[in-house]
Design a protein around this ligand. Structure first.
Ligand SMILES: NC(=O)c1ccc[n+]([C@@H]2O[C@H](COP(=O)([O-])OP(=O)(O)OC[C@H]3O[C@@H](n4cnc5c(N)ncnc54)[C@H](OP(=O)(O)O)[C@@H]3O)[C@@H](O)[C@H]2O)c1
Length: 490
């Protein structure tokens, strides 16, 4: 049954994640929605979202923040996910319990949750088990609160982990030796369709808890790869063999795709069992939604990537990045490589634009081959590596992953701060700052133990080479930006 289209107060969580960022955009377009956002780090949100919503800064472990965020709320979306953090299953268990209890206490009518699709058997991955447990916890009090628990399998969209894996393998490898699990059947769904279901669910009045499995056509991963290659205009040979272990396959994905070893391991483990829709609730409740086919979803994802229109990526969430107090830690960093040069006639704006363009396909100003080697070493050590690239070649925002860095601060025409997510014995940052007519470029390092110190000393010659040249190149690129803009104005 549909709820009348009266104004609804909605709480959205997971706003900095892959799904949450996209759903936020959809909800902001709905004039009948007044939106509360629960976010661990508000600066990871665009200023336009901050203006149009009520922000509650904190986590699902803070009951006081949860209570405030849920005041007067009709529907609460639960898109919280701790994958990638230590003890993620335990964290997600406590988080879901807190959320359900806070929602009941605040008189919230309905929780909408998106989890993973799949059945429980001996092959089920810990990751999926944890997602199922989260759904069970949220749905455990049907007498007190209604829950719509969506379950999706392979989400295809620009920046989704599954799509990026398939796309990167197809792009980079003409012939692929794959584990035999590529013949396991799975049901994909385009990310826009996922958002359409989540959005439509807020209008749905249900009684108790309902599980709604969503998906488009059923294909095996091998067919998905062939169909993706077809859309990309490439011919690829996929040869499944029975001897590839999960570890080896994950290592393979780690090296050839942007996803790190841990994420690849969870995904590959999930490949062993079928991931197909188990009920027809989507048809019953949301018959108006007709999901795109796999090929159509791939086409759309590729187009968004080409047009620099990627709203969110699998690596957007901050995770433990926000558990570090960057200001304090930088103040304690005792290894610093600092370079300074005057801006001269260049405007602060063009210099800011210049360093904001760093990374991804734009490269690292100079000595790109050294960055590539560092990225490769990082991948070998199961780090983030360089191949995460940039979300958009034209735009950078706080929370974006940028090769093996994370953007933790941007201040207009003043500052860019990157935090290292590469494998380093300590914590590292790279900062570009405009201060009193000077560009100040600083690499900070807070070493861990003797290994950290040795690491820094070993890199001094390379730092000398790379960083000295980088600051000059930032200014040269700024000059080129100014000249281009003058040309365009003529
Ligand atoms: N993405 C997919 O391909 C896919 C496929 C099937 C199902 N799903 C399901 O969709 C849901 C959302 O997934 P996603 O991919 O969007 O997740 P995600 O990108 O990993 O984002 C997770 C979000 O949760 C937030 N978060 C984590 N711990 C928190 C806490 N304690 N308190 C408050 N916020 C917290 C993160 O904030 P920070 O930025 O602060 O870390 C981030 O915004 C999950 O349940 C997932 O199982 C996703």
């Amino acid at each position: 049954m549909k709820i009348s289209s009266a104004k609804q107060k909605i709480l959205l969580t997971g706003v900095t994640g892959y799904i949450g960022r996209r759903l936020k955009q959809r909800l902001l377009e709905d004039e009948n929605v007044s939106l509360n956002l629960l976010v661990r780090h508000a600066s990871a949100l665009h200023s336009s979202a901050i203006e149009k919503t009520s922000i509650f800064e904190g986590s699902s472990f803070e009951s006081e923040v949860l209570a405030r965020a849920m005041e007067g709320v009709d529907t609460a979306y639960y898109l919280i996910h701790s994958l990638g953090q230590d003890d993620y299953a335990q964290r997600d268990r406590i988080s879901a319990e807190n959320f359900r209890e806070a929602a009941i206490a605040a008189g919230v009518k309905k929780i909408i949750y998106l989890g993973g699709l799949g059945v429980v058997n001996e092959d089920t991955s810990e990751h999926l088990l944890s997602r199922i447990e989260t759904g069970q916890i949220l749905s455990a009090r049907p007498d007190k609160i209604d829950v719509i628990w969506f379950r999706a399998g392979v989400i295809i969209g620009s920046g989704s982990a599954s799509f990026e894996i398939i796309r990167n393998l197809i792009q980079k490898l003409p012939v692929m030796i794959t584990p035999k699990w590529v013949r396991t059947r799975a049901q994909s769904i385009g990310v826009d369709d996922v958002i359409a279901y989540l959005d439509a669910a807020k209008e749905e009045s249900i009684n108790g808890s309902h599980m709604v499995d969503i998906g488009s056509e059923i294909l095996c991963y091998q067919s998905m790869m062939h169909q993706c290659a077809e859309v990309m205009g490439l011919k690829r040979l996929v040869i499944p063999v029975p001897f590839l272990s999960i570890g080896l396959s994950s290592y393979w994905l780690n090296v050839f795709t942007p996803v790190p070893f841990g994420v690849a391991f969870s995904l590959i483990k999930g490949l062993r069992s079928e991931v197909v829709v188990q009920n027809d609730m989507a048809q019953t409740l949301f018959a108006q939604i007709h999901p795109l086919s796999f090929k159509e979803a791939v086409q759309k994802a590729l187009q968004e990537a080409e047009e620099n229109q990627v709203i969110s990526r699998w690596s957007d969430h901050g995770g433990d990045v926000w558990e570090t107090d960057h200001k304090d830690s930088i103040a304690n960093a005792f290894f610093i490589d600092r370079q300074e040069l005057p801006l001269g006639t260049l405007s602060a704006h063009s210099v800011h634009q210049s360093y904001l363009s760093v990374g991804g396909e734009n490269g690292w100003f100079n000595f790109d081959w050294l960055w590539v080697i560092r990225g490769f070493i990082d991948k070998m050590a199961r780090g983030a590596g360089l191949n995460r690239g940039r979300r958009s070649q034209n735009e950078l925002r706080i929370g974006d992953s940028l090769d093996f860095w994370k953007v933790v601060d941007i201040q207009d025409d003043e500052r860019l701060l990157l935090y290292a997510q590469m494998f380093v014995p300590g914590k590292a940052w790279l900062e570009f700052k405009i201060n009193e007519g000077q560009l100040v470029q600083s690499a900070y390092f807070l070493p861990k133990g003797i290994l950290g110190r040795l690491y820094w000393y070993a890199l001094i010659p390379l730092h000398y080479l790379v960083f000295r040249d980088m600051i000059r190149s930032v200014l040269s690129r700024a000059k080129a930006i100014e000249e281009r803009s003058k040309e365009e104005k003529k």
